[in-house]
Design a protein. Sequence first.
Length: 126
Amino acid sequence: MQQAAREEQESRAAVLSKAVLKVAGILGLSNSRLAKILGLSPSTITRLAAGAYLFAEGKKEWEFAVLLVRLFRSLDSISGGNEEVAAQWMRSENRAFAGRKPAELAETAEGLVRVVTYLDASRGIV
């Protein structure tokens, strides 16, 4: 039973790790920016990309990774699945963020939550 639980946890970590790398690629986030968003070192991001590192459930990095995937899911929904539009939105100055770019704002925990909250609210408008 304990073996099965450990395997499930490793599987969840592998899925989240792969999802974060895919999101970063789609949104055009560099390894250094991704490291800042997740609160990790750039070398850890390199190990993540090589499959030598997985997120640890229960740590802050896990929470930030989940928020980044949530950000992407909301942005993907709003942009109609257009990856270029989503990436451009992340790189563009936004009046809702006092002229700051969402990708830059997301480098802090408060900023990441702010961007996710903004997108969730925008997505909910009918």
